[in-house]
Design a protein around this ligand. Structure first.
Ligand SMILES: *[C@@H]1O[C@H](CO)[C@@H](O)[C@H](O)[C@H]1NC(C)=O
Ligand SMILES: *[C@@H]1O[C@H](CO)[C@@H](O)[C@H](O)[C@H]1NC(C)=O
Ligand SMILES: *[C@@H]1O[C@H](CO)[C@@H](O)[C@H](O)[C@H]1NC(C)=O
Ligand SMILES: [Cu+2]
Length: 368
């Protein structure tokens, strides 16, 4: 086919279509037909992109409804109730608490695991261990973690109260006489020598066995306690968690990082070590004392915050877990997320800096 022939053919086609257009006024010319299709596709494309964006936004909002931190000391919940001290709870209330914990071990996992709802907490604590200890986020993480446990006890364990805290400073003089070890209205005591240090009384003896996760994954086992009577630190390391030590940390810590470090490496760590067995491991959550212990740590942070809420409800800094491809630590920020791996919403640190937030809404009694 020659170039001329082609031109001729095209000319003819053009002529034909022009004639057709003359006859049918409503039909668009080839050029405008082209542009109409173009605009149709363009609009369709825009709509498509827009819907993708809104879907992603919705999805994000659904999964992380709290990711926008309120970076202020906003105390929006005015009628916060105070969490109770274990020591001040009547015996039947203490028993009711242990029954609620017990119930969580009979409810299926929320994470879709073949273990219990109670085990979900241990599973998550193990998964996140390296990200949430000895770093700035350790206090906010455990504040939120205990809150999720408290909510779960209320919603699914049938517990109609707030999370109690174990003020171990009250027991530092005589740790073995603490009411916390009661076998009916408490958690049982030291592990049994005859049973390889497994706890055989209290809630652990009655029900919560086997614990299903250990540091190395799925591994049904009994929960152990090996009370340490240390020459240096005293019975259950109580010289490291008595009232004087705690007072010194609360009154002496000028910054968040100082307080976090002082609490975490001091009383917090020594209580784990002093009780021994499962407590000083990543699966410490298998011992239900974990939650009362961390409620107390949370209370001490809270007491420190109350001394200057305006500043301390937004003061958050310190070390973070190292990023994979850099030796430089990332700067800790109120925007950092706190993951709950599906057990509850992921949130931002800024969401739990005050306990009188919409999300948390609790307080403690204002006394050390
Ligand atoms: C471990 O899993 C079994 C089977 O799901 C369950 O019966 C048991 O209560 C779980 N243990 C705890 C401590 O939740
Ligand atoms: C539960 O899952 C674990 C793996 O996470 C598996 O090893 C174990 O056999 C399962 N147990 C049952 C009773 O299916
Ligand atoms: C706790 O029990 C273990 C045996 O399981 C024993 O070795 C240890 O001395 C006990 N601790 C105290 C303080 O009684
Ligand atoms: Cu922890």
């Amino acid at each position: 086919m020659s170039v001329n022939e082609m031109d001729h053919d095209d000319e003819e086609r053009l002529l034909q279509s022009n004639q057709e257009n003359d006859h049918e006024e409503f039909r668009a010319s080839p050029a405008s037909k082209y542009s109409k299709t173009f605009w149709h596709s363009f609009l369709l494309f825009i709509t498509f992109i827009a819907s993708i964006f809104s879907f992603v936004a919705l999805e994000h909002r659904w999964k992380h409804p709290f990711t926008i931190p309120k970076i202020s000391s906003q105390e929006v919940c005015e009628h916060a109730t105070a969490r109770p001290s274990w020591h001040s709870l009547p015996l039947h209330r203490r028993h009711a608490y242990t029954r609620a914990v017990q119930r969580l071990t009979t409810i299926p996992s929320r994470l879709g695991l073949n273990t219990s709802l109670y085990d979900d907490f241990t599973y998550i604590h193990i998964q996140l261990t390296w990200q949430v200890h000895h770093v700035a986020v350790s206090l906010p993480f455990h504040r939120y973690f205990v809150h999720v446990f408290e909510q779960t006890l209320q919603d699914e364990g049938g517990y109609d109260g707030l999370m109690p805290y174990w003020d171990w400073t009250l027991d530092a003089q005589s740790p073995l006489d603490s009411p916390i070890w009661d076998s009916w209205a408490g958690f049982g005591g030291n592990g049994s020598e005859a049973a390889d240090s497994c706890v055989e009384e209290g809630i652990l003896g009655r029900i919560a066995k086997p614990a299903n996760y250990s540091e190395c994954g799925y591994k049904p086992h009994c929960v152990k306690r090996v009370f340490d009577d240390s020459k240096q630190y005293g019975m259950l390391h109580s010289k490291q968690w008595n009232k004087e030590i705690v007072k010194h940390i609360i009154e002496g810590s000028k910054t968040y990082d100082e307080l976090r470090e002082g609490l975490e490496n001091g009383p917090h760590r020594h209580l784990h070590l002093g009780i021994g067995g499962e407590m000083p491991t990543a699966s410490s959550t298998n011992d239900p004392l974990f939650f009362l212990h961390h409620s107390q740590i949370d209370r001490l942070w809270w007491l420190w915050q109350q001394r200057n809420p305006k500043t301390r409800n937004v003061e958050f800094f310190g070390p973070t877990a190292l990023s994979d491809d850099s030796t430089e630590p990332i700067r800790a920020s109120l925007h950092d997320s706190i993951k709950m791996l599906g057990l509850a919403h992921d949130i931002a640190v800024g969401d739990v800096m005050t306990t009188k937030s919409e999300l948390l809404c609790y307080k403690y009694k204002l006394e050390l």
